[in-house]
Design a binder for this molecule. Structure first.
Ligand code: A2P
Length: 278
């Protein structure tokens, strides 16, 4: 798996082919999409016209929230393969665990079957908290190759990362730049960037790499695409990593995986049966 991936969340369908072509041109080899992003066809077209050998590119997609269940998920992944113009998809993840729906384990079994059939090379999870992950481990002997979780210095998820390491599961970081907001202007990030003469985003991406994570980063700007891959010429010191570690807190930017998309955010955590549901 390439060390950094190009993310396509919120990239509009009609712009995807152009943006992903640009990203591949800059050197991205891992392209991350999802059925729910509605842009798999654009990714497929960009890959097909790239001239890069298929085996040099690593394509990830994710089973959408409305396709959980054995039959629906298998059909959806077959449609993804067609949209991506791929005989085999390198990695397919369950996008969200949906514990209120309760079909994640069945969906996992379907992905295992697709792996055996060869339409998918590796399978994994996305947005599964520790508890959701343990349920899959208790249910199936097939270990997820990856769990893609929201992870950045404001939300470092150290306990879950440690569990992944114990198990040999790769942690991919979504919202790797904290969605591009105040993380990139946090004093610790800006200071460390100044010490290396690099941009704040490059410091955050080094934080991911030096913590053994595979960040997914998206940008629609060619200059930022280039910048985000240009992170192999400097190294954060132990002291700088410690300064960045002090930013960790309850800095989640995305939805709560216990409830999304089955419950409105204002009702998160209000279930009487919360303990049983989760
Ligand atoms: P843009 O497309 O205008 O570059 P995340 O991956 O955490 O969700 O963050 C994505 C956001 O970060 C996007 O809004 C993107 O905007 C912005 N972004 C991507 N790369 C950089 C960069 N190198 N510097 C600043 N902002 C960036």
């Amino acid at each position: 798996m390439p060390p950094i991936g190009f993310g396509t969340f919120k990239v509009p369908a009609e712009e995807t082919e152009g943006i992903v072509s640009e990203a591949i041109g800059h050197g991205y080899r891992l392209i991350d999409t999802a059925q729910g992003y509605g842009n798999e066809r654009g990714v497929g077209r960009a890959v097909a016209r790239s001239g890069i050998a298929r085996e040099e590119l690593f394509l990830t997609t994710k089973v959408s929230n409305d396709a959980h269940g054995r039959v629906a998920s298998k059909d959806a992944v077959r449609r993804s393969a067609e949209a991506l113009e791929a005989e085999q998809i390198d990695l397919v993840l369950i996008h969200w665990p949906r514990p209120l729906q309760g079909l994640a384990a069945e969906t996992w079994d379907a992905l295992c079957e697709l792996k055996t059939e060869g339409i998918v090379r590796e399978i994994g999870l996305s947005n599964f908290t520790g508890r959701h992950l343990e349920r899959i481990l208790a249910h199936s002997a097939e270990l997820p190759a990856v769990n893609q979780i929201e992870c950045h210095p404001f939300y470092a998820q150290t306990a879950q990362r440690r569990r992944h390491e114990q198990l040999g599961i790769v942690t991919q970081s979504s919202s790797a730049l904290g969605r591009g907001g105040d993380l990139l202007s946090a004093p610790a990030v800006v200071e460390v960037a100044g010490e290396h003469g690099v941009a704040p985003a490059q410091v955050v991406l080094r934080w991911h790499l030096q913590n053994g994570l595979v960040p997914l980063v998206k940008s629609t700007s060619p200059e930022r695409m280039r910048q985000n891959l240009d992170v192999f010429g400097f190294e954060l010191t132990t002291q700088q990593l410690a300064r960045l570690a002090s930013l960790d807190g309850d800095g989640r930017r995305g939805p709560d995986p216990d409830y999304f998309p089955d419950e409105e955010p204002e009702r998160y955590g209000q279930h009487k049966e919360k303990e049983q549901i989760r």
